[in-house]
Ligand binder design. Sequence first.
Ligand SMILES: Cc1cc2nc3c(=O)[nH]c(=O)nc-3n(C[C@H](O)[C@H](O)[C@H](O)COP(=O)(O)OP(=O)(O)OC[C@H]3O[C@@H](n4cnc5c(N)ncnc54)[C@H](O)[C@@H]3O)c2cc1C
Length: 446
Amino acid sequence: MNADVIVIGGGLSGLNAARLIHRAGKKVLVLEARDRVGGRTLSKKFGNSVIDLGAQWVGPTQDRILRLAEEQGLRTFPQHTGGRQILALGDKVSTYTGTIPSLPVHSLIELHLRITKIEKECRRVPLEAPWTFPDAEKWDAMTVESWKQNHVYTRGARASLDAAVHAIFACEPSEISFLYFMHYLHSGGGLMRLADVKNGAQQDRIFGGTQQISSRMAADLGRRVILSSPVLRVEQTSRGVTVYTRKTKYSARRIIIALSPTLCSKIAFSPALPVARDQLHHRMPMGSVIKTFALYDRPFWRERGYSGEVVSDGTCVRLAFDASIPGSMHGLLVGFISGENAREWSDRTPREREAAVVSDFVRFFGEEASDHRGYLEQNWIAEEFSRGCYAGLMPPSVMTSFGNALRDPCGLIHWAGTETARHWNGYMEGALEAGERAAAEVLEAR
Ligand SMILES: Cc1cc2nc3c(=O)[nH]c(=O)nc-3n(C[C@H](O)[C@H](O)[C@H](O)COP(=O)(O)OP(=O)(O)OC[C@H]3O[C@@H](n4cnc5c(N)ncnc54)[C@H](O)[C@@H]3O)c2cc1C
């Protein structure tokens, strides 16, 4: 089967690229491995509501995703925030309101100083080519953990930084480079923009779920989207590219690969890709998340004055939010098991995970949390066509040594996927930006 352009990957990035190429009058095909589109977005009915087992929130400055959702007739609603938040550090569970956690005063002062510094310094990292930044080598040689050990002294400020890394990257601070961390923060508009609910990345949700955005783009593309077709091999000659799935072979003038780098490593390339790009595929592991939901007759925590938001350094749930849907009488809590916790809990049964998650909710919100009506989870680490979430991460030395291979086309192969985005890297907005950029590259190429 022939096309002008083949897009590999029917997530937000690939579908956005395909729809723009189609609009430009070119023949496009999307090959998607799963039997559904949407990739790291996945919306399912649970109780009488549709919930997001993958990406969930949108926020200010995420203009592409907000515009597209609006064009598709989708409506947003604010993340519930009213009430006290919970901070569970060690054996201590405390509550607070606003954005200042309940920490000893010396920890709070240090936290304020460090946040101010990070906010200022991250803006110095160029979004386009972070490896050109004067301190790039130095920052890329250390992890966020080693930076923390050298610059953050109080227990409370250290725990807050760990919590932010878990919430934003779904990994341990020892797993990512400080340069990558600062670039990622800048790409989304700063630490507080990424961490906050109001005026931040967790501000709003989409009625009916975020997967609808991909489903609607795919519906517009119709038969140009081919499901259940994992690409196994890509062969490139000077005349074009041939793409092989298990049963079929497709040819195109150019292709766009809209996958995270780690998933690209599962595809065989002939001739071999340039070394820097090939190495990148092996050096960007995904974050680790199990997203869990507990269903209740009503959001009982609100009656007790809790917002549902929890930050914890415990061994199971690290982050929780009220996930209830306006108009539904049911209460929903979402709990994120992330980083090392996610890897450890991956090897347990769903029932064991359910018991541990509910036990954490009891610790946070009281005994009533044990009376849940249902439990649902999605282990993204175990997903063959995601291999983790929220996004591909960069350990030390990757950004400075291989970062310039992220977007550079390899002959007739172009790269998309949120990991290649300049703005909102790792987010749905970044996925759309990357698809737009790759589509423009292909359309401009002769
Ligand atoms: C639990 C979770 C929570 C998140 N929360 C948020 C949030 O609140 N807000 C936000 O903005 N972002 C969030 N994200 C991140 C967001 O989901 C991603 O940034 C975005 O969806 C990535 O889109 P993509 O198109 O780049 O990649 P993907 O969605 O990964 O799309 C890649 C597609 O390629 C397919 N594929 C894989 N291998 C092959 C192959 N060999 N051949 C063909 N197809 C293949 C996959 O099945 C997939 O459909 C979250 C992610 C997760 C998992």
